[in-house]
Design a protein around this ligand. Structure first.
Ligand SMILES: Cc1ncc(COP(=O)(O)O)c(C=O)c1O
Length: 355
């Protein structure tokens, strides 16, 4: 039973708010119960070490550090790549800028500079323009942040060549490159490439274990040995030293080793939902743009996002309004193809009469 309780007439709730709602598998719970642990801040936790080594290998990086959340992983990367008063070059719709509580400015002391992107895919020429040396004493950019998949663009999977082109421009100007890969494995599965190929463009990469991969908690930040040594100090400063964190890392290792390939199922369900919803009158949704597990759509004129979300909830479907008239569905392990007709019916009924 979904912890949200039953929907109307006892049917289970279909929770499309985020893939972060996924609950740990039995294998994860067993691994957590049996984890061999130690004080991770002192470097003594064997389960954390195993996860960090496995993640580094999987991403083609020298080293990695286990962190409590994606938000902290991104912030640690910014701290480890820059000094206060420098600038971070990023997309205005990036998760780091829009959603992570302005940590880049409040904690890392960085100024945001925006580059252009189209549907979440960075424009390398625009990056080149923005990192060109200037005689004026503006903020010198220290780091470029990329995001893959791109959440607010609708789960767009950015291909390796586009990441590489953007990163090359930044690196030529002396910037470090950080990749917010909260859903990097969704991108890898959708594009049919190895995650290493996507991570190769970046000096550091953050991956989330607690989204589609279904671990209860945690992300991993990977990069060079030197970078990870700085990242460990920043993690401690932020209060992210978790002592016997092996109980969490053990679940994370199961996630990394056994849950990546199944992300294709989430993509299939998202595509099916997109096709069904796109047929409804007035809805603006391009099914061909749904590449991974995120479905974004705009409501017909006269409809209000939050009110629509309330109507969906009354029909047992949970979602998020990402704009005044924009709605986001995220698919994950607890939503199947069998749920698609109910989702489409709930959308159709909720659109019934505009506000
Ligand atoms: C692209 C992206 N980056 C970072 C995060 C932050 O991860 P967390 O919720 O673990 O802090 C998210 C969370 O949804 C995300 O979508």
């Amino acid at each position: 039973m979904n912890p949200q309780g039953p929907g109307p007439s006892g049917t289970p709730v279909i929770d499309l708010r985020s893939d972060t709602v996924t609950r740990p598998t039995q294998a994860m719970r067993a691994a957590m119960a049996n984890a061999e642990v130690g004080d991770d801040v002192l470097g003594d936790d064997p389960a954390v070490r195993r996860l960090e080594e496995a993640a580094a290998a999987r991403l083609g990086k020298e080293a990695a550090v286990f962190v409590p959340s994606g938000t902290m992983g991104n912030l640690i990367a910014l701290l480890a790549h820059s000094k206060p008063g420098q600038a971070v070059l990023l997309d205005e719709d990036s998760h780091i800028y829009r959603i992570e509580g302005t940590g880049l400015a409040r904690v890392a002391g960085l100024v945001p500079l925006f580059f252009r992107s189209q549907d979440g895919v960075p424009d390398p020429d625009d990056i080149a323009r923005r990192v060109r040396p200037s005689a004026l004493p503006g903020p010198g950019p220290a780091v470029l942040c990329l995001e893959n998949t791109h959440n607010l663009a609708g789960g767009v999977a950015v291909p390796p060549e586009r990441l590489r082109a953007a990163a090359e421009q930044a690196r030529a100007a002396g910037l470090a490159v950080h990749l917010d890969g909260a859903r990097l494995f969704n991108a890898a599965v959708a594009l049919g490439v190895d995650a290493r190929e996507l991570a190769a463009a970046a000096d550091s990469v953050m991956i989330s274990l607690s989204k589609g991969l279904s671990a209860p908690v945690g992300s991993v930040l990977a990069g060079s040995r030197q970078f990870i040594a700085r990242a460990r100090r920043a993690r401690y400063m932020l209060g992210g030293g978790m002592r016997q964190a092996g109980v969490l890392a053990a679940a994370g290792l199961v996630a990394l080793e056994t849950m990546v390939d199944r992300l294709a199922d989430d993509h299939q369900v998202a595509a099916a939902i997109a096709r069904a919803v796109a047929e409804l009158e007035g809805v603006r949704l391009r099914p061909e743009r749904v590449q991974t597990n995120i479905v974004l759509f705009s409501l017909p004129a006269g409809h209000d996002g939050p009110e629509f979300i309330r109507r969906l909830r009354a029909r047992g479907v949970l979602a998020v309004a990402t704009g005044p008239a924009q709605v986001r569905f995220v698919t994950h392990r607890h939503v199947t193809l069998q749920d698609v007709p109910r989702v489409a019916a709930a959308v159709r009924e909720s659109l019934g009469t505009p506000r």
